[in-house]
Ligand binder design. Structure first.
Ligand code: 13P
Length: 250
């Protein structure tokens, strides 16, 4: 387990503007984190962020990608276009897109095929709602989300990326999963991947996401199967994101 380097990703969601982003990028360059990082702004700011992070070790990530090949798909952004814009990472299957934009497990799997074919690094999000957790369905839901993708893309192809466990009830709510709750699900995710490919499972980075803050990051990241975080709200404030990265760099 010691072989997995920690990874911390900023998911800005639909936030940001040119001057604020510039201030954020300046703060980041002034105190570059010691752990591996990825910054995922909205599409229109990808090139600004790529330019602002040039010369740092940080990667740039998109928050989604089209499941279609290049062509007449108004409003879509293709994997090839992301690569062309300096992007190397893509978030897939975020619960906000699953819940509000109709992204089924099958659509997420189709997007994953595009990401893998283009040579981008995926961050596949999985997670249960509060209702599903209360019904004891947490692992059944996550297993279905994982299997839909693993049926079409072998685990060995996903290991360049990461899987993010984001319990829907912990996103933007201030209600973090306890380190023990998160660890339990992370271990189960790793076991499920190991059933396909033990080598890929050992190397796969499993990120936790959901109300990660500077105050709770270190304890979450100290769990044996938590290899970093996918940070929403706290990633909008550069100092908070850098403090979370510092917790991962220990
Ligand atoms: P918050 O950190 O705002 O809870 O969001 C988590 C998330 O959804 C990251 O993708």
């Amino acid at each position: 387990m010691g072989q997995r380097a920690k990874l911390v990703a900023a998911n800005w969601k639909m936030n940001g503007n040119t001057p604020d982003n510039d201030r954020w990028l300046r703060a980041f360059r002034d105190a570059p984190p010691k752990c591996e990082t990825v910054v995922c702004p909205p599409f229109v700011y990808l090139q600004q962020v790529a330019a602002g992070l040039a010369g740092t070790a940080a990667g740039v990530g998109a928050q989604d990608v089209s499941d279609r090949a290049l062509g007449a798909w108004t409003g879509e952004v293709a994997a090839e276009m992301l690569l062309d814009s300096g992007v190397t990472w893509v978030i897939l299957g975020h619960s906000e897109r699953r819940a509000s934009f109709g992204h089924s497990d099958a659509i997420v799997a189709a997007k994953m095929e595009r990401v893998v074919a283009a040579g981008l690094r995926p961050i596949l999000c999985v997670g249960e709602t509060l209702h599903q957790r209360e019904q004891g369905l947490t692992m059944a839901v996550i297993a279905a989300q994982l299997e839909a993708v693993l049926q079409r893309c072998p685990a060995a192809q996903l290991v360049v990326g990461a899987i993010a466990y984001e319990p829907v009830w912990a996103i933007g709510t201030g209600r973090t999963a306890t380190p023990a709750q998160a660890q339990e699900v992370h271990a189960a995710i790793r076991a499920r991947i190991a059933a396909h490919d033990p080598h890929a499972a050992a190397g796969m980075r499993l990120l936790y996401g959901g109300s990660v803050k500077p105050a709770n990051a270190a304890e979450l990241f100290s769990q044996p199967d938590i290899d970093g975080g996918l940070i929403g709200g706290a990633s909008l404030v550069a100092a908070d994101f850098l403090a979370i990265c510092a917790a991962a760099a220990h």
